[in-house]
Write a protein that binds this ligand. Structure first.
Ligand code: PHB
Length: 390
């Protein structure tokens, strides 16, 4: 098996150069990995998972237990989507990172992860048009690149939602304001103690709405029309956040192939590759891509021969993949050089000691989908059992 050759920055460390005549072993999920200035002890990442348990849009003390249960020495956790401003929310009980109270609420949670030696990034999120007036200040319409609402689909909880209202398209001044909101939110995340931030650029939320031509199809300014123009907003956010906290602390999550929230693109390969090449300008730490097989939020489909490989090659930083991975597929993508790290959502949610279980080849707890998005501070949240060690 040959490793994919990439000109990764920072250099992927898995193959020591001074190994003399020893046969070089390909990395595994449990191999250490230098992610920029951060030293990871394994490659199993907690995916960003909304759990809807942050009452009043504020992270709660029970999150300290939840995240610390999943923290390992040198393991990497990505926090759930956190709203960057008062217009950012679209679901009940998601946390914010725009107010001082939000920052204070995150501090003990971040500390609990650090106390176990974990590395913790805050995911910065804006729902854009996937929202209702009831979530918006003064009952205003939600914001987007367009005035076209998403078609009503099932929401993240799997229930059919009420019709979305037509959003208000952002003006150029409005865009400048939102870019600044991301900047301030990144600063707030650092103030809360996070090690860095992941910009949520996927899954049909605000940034993705600008990126995709099936949503961003009616602007005639520099933020709409051509591929380059549709990517402008995302890249302005990346630039602002990187200038604020340093590109070495910034990642981005993208889902070019997905059409969650009625947000698809006619040429996802071109979009993904253009973004990856453009991101190299900012020297950010990582790009976190969702696999093409995750076309919808709820089930894995065949990827129809589509793959992330061209994007992996185009991007010079660390590459994280996500989307329905199990241990075997995770080992394979790491071994083949298709990714540096693999993010696990459902499996990690249900197995607080997932790295240990993978290491031992132990059986996994099954996840209970019915409690993914309920609001209980314990059930389906912090009550999944650990392996019993005798
Ligand atoms: C998602 O990325 O799918 C997502 C983000 C934020 C939420 C729920 C889902 O609150």
């Amino acid at each position: 098996m040959t490793s994919l050759q990439t000109n990764s920055f920072p250099a992927t460390p898995e193959l020591p150069s001074d190994s003399g005549s020893q046969v070089q072993q390909p990395p595994t999920l449990l191999s250490p990995c230098d992610m920029g200035r951060f030293s990871l002890s394994h490659r199993i990442v907690l995916a960003p998972l909304s759990r809807l348990r942050s009452y009043n849009f504020t992270a709660q003390p029970h999150a300290a237990l939840y995240y610390s249960q999943r923290a390992t020495m040198g393991g990497f956790l990505i926090g759930e989507a956190s709203g960057i401003s008062e217009t950012a929310q679209g679901y009940p009980n998601t946390p914010g990172i725009w107010r001082t109270e939000h920052v204070e609420a995150w501090k003990p949670i971040v500390k609990a992860v650090h106390d176990k030696g974990g590395l913790f990034f805050c995911q910065l999120w804006h729902a854009g048009r996937v929202s209702y007036r009831s979530f918006q200040p003064n009952g205003d319409p939600p914001i987007s690149c367009t005035d076209k609402p998403p078609a009503t689909e099932k929401d993240i909880c799997g229930s059919t939602v009420p019709e979305y209202p037509p959003p208000q398209p952002l003006t150029a001044e409005g865009i400048t304001q939102v870019v600044n909101d991301y900047r301030v939110a990144a600063r707030n995340a650092m103030e809360a103690g996070f090690d860095g931030v992941e910009i949520h650029g996927g899954n049909g939320y605000l940034i993705d709405q600008f990126l995709k031509d099936q949503v961003n199809d009616r602007r005639d300014d520099e933020y709409g029309g051509s591929l380059e123009n549709r990517c402008r907003f995302a890249l302005e956010v990346v630039k602002a956040v990187s200038e604020e906290i340093g590109g070495h602390r910034v990642g981005i999550r993208l889902s070019p192939f997905a059409n969650y929230n009625d947000c698809g693109d006619s040429d996802p390969e071109a979009l993904g590759e253009f973004m990856c090449k453009s991101l190299n300008r900012y020297g950010i730490l990582y790009c976190h891509m969702i696999e093409p097989r995750m076309v919808t939020q709820f089930e894995k489909r065949e990827g129809e021969g589509r793959s992330l490989l061209a994007m992996r090659k185009a991007f010079k930083g660390m590459f994280i993949v996500a989307g329905g991975y199990d241990k075997e597929e995770g080992e394979k993508v790491i071994r083949n050089g298709g990714a540096d790290l693999v993010a696990f959502g459902r499996l990690y949610l249900a197995n607080p000691d997932l790295p240990k279980r993978f290491e031992l080849g132990a059986a996994l707890n099954e996840y209970d989908r019915s409690t993914f998005y309920t609001h209980d501070p314990v059930i389906g949240y912090t009550d999944y059992p650990f392996l019993e060690m005798h």
